[in-house]
Design a protein around this ligand. Structure first.
Ligand code: TXA
Ligand code: MG
Length: 342
């Protein structure tokens, strides 16, 4: 182990802030997932994030601020909806795409004119941003395409030796990333479902749209292999869905048996009624949506650590956090979505 992991305390947070100020990289907890932070106003520091993560420069990063008054320092020409949503959901698991202020280097936005802004509620993230005195650019603190890190140990697993410090603030409570809402387009469009449910945003912003790629099972299933590989465990993941529970579970049992007969080690992500699919390694996701989202990424890493070749999971819920969980599973499956017809 080369990168120090320090329990988050006022002193270690000050040390982390000093690293940010001199252009270094610090991983820190937020309520969604761990972030890998750098001074958002320093293009060289931001460039180090991309190198550490093996992240393509075409994928823009989110800028984190501590308070609503800082919005004007990173974005400009805020539309009225930005104020409504800020009052309702910030600090919290919402990211707004706005017009980029000149102070934020283009690299943060992959060269574009917009900037994604989030105000985390986690006290360690809040303290780090305040002590640093600058907005903090931070993607999730995982190697590109791996499941996001929800604990300091998972950050270390991916980024040891590549970053300057990890602040350990315990396990992330929400467990999936923020909801991303683009306010620079009409109608406003959700680019990624996440910790704030689409329904809660729609209650304040009735004309909000959801980006087409999230609209249906068919979209996901029609494009196997076409998707950006993301959130992926090392094992292949097969995602089952369908309206008929018995038919879906029967198909899963048959596929698991066939894989095992072919000598593959199979792991199951278990939520509620998939519990009786046995004879394979399991990771328990729990049943309540908040519990499933909090456990999801750790469960993927856990099955990987057990050396499985194939992970199977059934997911049907799309309401509330169910939409974000579905999205992460679709992407982890790399488009391997099996829609079982009754
Ligand atoms: O909860 C979260 O959002 C976490 C924590 C650390 O804040 N961050 C996170 O960052 O998930 P990342 O980089 O893993 O995902 C951010 C996503 C990327 O897929 C990127 O394409 C999108 O946000 N994004 C960033 N800036 C954007 C912009 N200006 N316009 C559109 N999308 C943007
Ligand atoms: Mg990420």
């Amino acid at each position: 182990m080369i990168t120090p992991v320090l329990p988050a305390s006022p002193e270690s947070i000050r040390r982390a802030a000093a690293i940010i100020q001199r252009g270094g990289l610090v991983a820190f907890p937020t309520e969604t997932v761990y972030g890998l932070g750098a001074n958002a106003t320093d293009a060289e520091a931001v460039a180090r994030i991309f190198t550490a993560k093996d992240r393509p420069l075409t994928d823009p990063v989110i800028v984190h601020i501590a308070k609503a008054a800082d919005l004007d320092s990173v974005a400009r020409d805020l539309p009225p909806a930005a104020h409504v949503l800020t009052a309702a959901f910030m600090p919290g698991a919402l990211t707004l795409v706005l017009r980029r202020a000149a102070r934020i280097p283009a690299l943060v936005a992959a060269g574009g004119e917009t900037v994604a802004v989030r105000m985390p509620s986690h006290p360690v993230a809040q303290a780090l941003i305040r002590d640093s005195g600058v907005p903090i650019a931070a993607p999730s603190a995982n190697t590109f395409s791996r499941p996001s890190a929800t604990t300091a140990a998972h950050v270390l697993e991916d980024l040891d030796g590549r970053i300057d410090l990890i602040l350990d603030g315990g396990a992330a409570t929400i467990g999936v990333e923020s909801t991303i809402l683009d306010l620079t387009v009409a109608p406003p469009t959700i680019l990624r479902p996440g910790g704030i449910p689409v329904e809660a945003i729609r209650a304040l912003l009735p004309d909000v749209q959801v980006a087409a790629r999230y609209l249906g099972v068919e979209t996901a299933a029609a494009a196997p292999g076409q998707m950006l590989r993301h959130y992926s465990p090392r094992a292949a993941l097969a995602l089952y869905t369908g309206t008929d529970d018995d038919a879906t579970l029967a198909r899963m049992r048959a596929d698991i048996a066939a894989a095992q007969a072919a000598g593959r080690r199979v792991g199951i992500l278990v939520s509620d009624d998939a519990a009786h699919l046995t004879a394979a390694l399991t990771a328990d996701l729990g049943t309540a949506l908040e519990v499933v989202s909090a456990r999801l990424f750790a469960a993927l890493r856990d099955l990987d650590a057990q050396g499985v070749d194939l992970i199977v999971v059934r997911w049907t819920r799309r309401e509330g956090l169910g939409a974000a969980i579905w999205d992460r599973l679709v992407r982890a499956s790399n488009g391997r979505v099996i829609v079982v017809k009754p």
